[in-house]
Design a protein. Structure first.
Length: 148
């Protein structure tokens, strides 16, 4: 085999379509562009989102204001009422204990305890954040609050 013997596989290459080269070619006169209209003209490039002069959809909606904080911490929240029904008096509530009892599904950036509901048991609660109401309710029952 020599270099001049190399040929592409049959059917892998196609002849270039020569448009606008007379009626005999089958692609003459309008050159495959149809009859009239904007797309039949030469040098017409229609921008993405152009709607023929009508106000485009992206300009009809109001601009979204504000910003998204990329440093935002997302906490998993647990209410005091949930601690009341799941844990026994005197037990220690940690992130791992909350995961084991299926109070939470996963820990994002930490756990925050909120003060919704009633608490009657003394618990030692260790979490990343607490609301003021939650601290008040936990300490009122003789429990301890520890920020991790």
């Amino acid at each position: 085999m020599r270099l001049h013997d190399l040929k592409p596989n049959p059917g892998s290459t196609h002849a270039r379509k020569r448009v606008g080269r007379g009626p005999g070619s089958g692609h003459g006169t309008t050159a495959g562009r149809g009859m009239n209209g904007q797309k039949s003209r030469s040098n017409v490039g229609i921008k993405l989102g152009f709607e023929g002069g009508q106000t485009p959809l992206y300009r009809k909606f109001p601009h979204k204001k504000g910003f998204k904080n990329i440093n935002r911490k997302e906490f998993v929240v647990v209410n005091v009422a949930k601690l009341e029904e799941v844990f026994d008096a005197g037990s220690e509530v940690t992130t791992q204990a909350l995961l084991d009892t299926k109070c939470i599904n996963g820990v994002k950036d930490g756990v925050k305890i909120l003060g919704d509901g009633e608490l009657t048991k003394a618990l030692t609660v260790k979490a990343n954040k607490f609301s003021a109401e939650a601290i008040k309710k936990i300490e009122a029952c003789g429990g301890k609050v520890e920020v991790i």
